[in-house]
Design a protein around this ligand. Structure first.
Ligand code: SAH
Ligand code: TMP
Ligand code: ZN
Length: 406
């Protein structure tokens, strides 16, 4: 039996993805035999309605000096975080002892703009591979996992924060009791904790099951985040839906009673209730769709193989580990995967061991017949720069919300 990491009630499993590797551990050729695997399965807490993984992976296995995800690799995401940083600096920072903290600051994609504005800041980032890139740009970075002790230490050394911001990181952290204790130590009385993560409502709508992998321990909704905040003495005071990464929500929480609750919070929770987002029928419906997509994708790739078509993957995303391992992909059906990240290139995809090649391999010696778009969340950016592929007769394979070719 799995106990909820938020409220200790029982978690009911609703989908088992089976044996999966670490989504961001790309083994060098020759070391495939030493990979770490775990059982990836997802469930829901019947009490606080938090969607969460059934098994937890040790954080040091995932986030360390080899972590290969560099946030600044996407132009769209750079612009997204620049705009957010400008807004935080303009609206949320007091003139008296201003201080902005970011959890999971990665390569500095957000804090760069805060630093440029001359605002005191600190990124808390356990993966030194990415943290060093930020530090080299003059951004203050503490190489550590955020938790209660870190919050107390930073408050003692640097003072209290106006804002603690975090993107695509809070959902990675099972130990939320410790996180909120750290926030309580670190935030000014009226301070806010703002975080954005993949939204369970969008995952259900698009059947984007590949958002479920080792690092995404929680799949948040407004309902479950409100329950979580209350559990730890905070309020959910605002929500904003975001188009990035396939649909996210930006949540703002503050100490109970410190800030008024916006109408958007009640509206999104009401919408979630009306959609039955946490109900049994929705969860079984989601599970059925995942199985359907898996079967259809395997069938399509087998057919293309039998027709002698060349298929390559585009974007060795963390998400693609779930798809590739669930479907049991091999180089027989997907010859290799292209990706712009040097730390992933010339290595193998986790668990399935497809070679990862630099983007030049997409067109040289010639375009493939089909490209399986694993980085579907960057579709606009990618299709805009790969117009030659489409014009030369190449087709994109998409698997969400169902398998289709465009
Ligand atoms: N904020 C960036 C990076 C997201 S990747 C973006 O949105 O693109 C998630 C990051 O969280 C990784 O860099 C990882 O090292 C970091 N991380 C994981 N656990 C953490 C913790 N407990 N405290 C702070 N950062 C953490
Ligand atoms: P993400 O979906 O977690 O942001 O990961 C995107 C991956 O796709 C990352 O490994 C970088 C890669 N990528 C490309 O190869 N080409 C691109 O144009 C973009 C935007 C990303
Ligand atoms: Zn719970």
């Amino acid at each position: 039996m799995t106990s909820c990491r938020i409220c200790a009630s029982t978690v009911d499993e609703f989908y088992d993805f089976g044996r999966q590797p670490l989504s961001d551990a790309f083994p060098p050729v020759g070391s495939e035999g030493q990979e770490f695997f775990f059982r990836l399965a997802v469930g829901i807490c019947r009490s606080c309605l938090m969607v969460q993984l059934m098994e937890e992976v040790l954080r040091e296995h995932m986030f360390n000096e080899d972590y290969p995800y560099f946030s600044s690799g996407s132009t769209v995401m750079r612009a997204h975080f620049e705009a957010l940083a400008k807004r935080l600096v303009a609206k949320e920072v007091e003139t008296d002892s201003p201080f902005v903290v970011e959890l999971g600051s990665n390569d500095g994609v957000m804090l760069r703009t805060v630093a440029d504005a001359g605002v005191p800041h600190l990124g808390i980032e356990p993966s030194s591979s990415v943290g060093e890139v930020a530090r080299a740009q003059g951004i203050d970075v503490l190489t550590a996992f955020f938790e209660e002790e870190t919050g107390k230490q930073v408050a003692a050394e640097r003072g209290l924060a106006d804002v603690v911001f975090s993107a695509n990181t809070v959902c990675h952290i099972p130990y939320m009791d410790s996180i909120f204790a750290g926030l309580d130590a670190l935030l000014k009385p009226q301070g806010i904790f703002m975080f954005e993560d993949p939204y369970w409502g969008d995952i259900v709508e698009r059947a984007s099951f590949d958002q479920i992998y080792d690092e995404h321990y929680y799949l948040f909704s407004a309902t479950s985040v409100r329950n979580m905040a209350r559990q730890f003495g905070f309020d959910l005071v605002d929500v904003e839906r975001l188009p990035v990464h396939g649909g996210e929500v930006r949540y703002t929480v503050a100490r109970q009673g410190a800030r008024p609750v916006s109408d958007a919070v009640e509206a999104l929770i009401a919408e979630e209730t009306q959609r039955g987002l946490h109900e049994e029928a929705t969860l079984t419906g989601f599970a059925d769709r995942v199985t359907g997509i898996k079967n259809n994708l395997v069938t399509l790739l087998e057919r293309l193989r039998s027709e002698g078509k060349k298929v390559v993957g585009y974007g060795a995303t963390a998400k693609s580990a779930t798809v590739a391992n669930l479907c049991g992909l091999s180089t027989e059906v997907v010859e290799f995967v292209v990706d712009t990240t040097p730390a992933k290139q010339n290595r193998l995809t986790p668990g399935t061991h497809l070679p990862v090649r630099p983007p030049e391999a997409f067109s040289d010696p010639g375009y493939p017949d089909y490209a399986l778009l694993f980085a579907w969340n960057h579709a606009e950016e990618i299709t805009a720069k790969e117009t030659n592929f489409r014009e030369s007769g190449g087709r994109w394979i998409l698997y969400l919300p169902d398998v289709h070719v465009v």
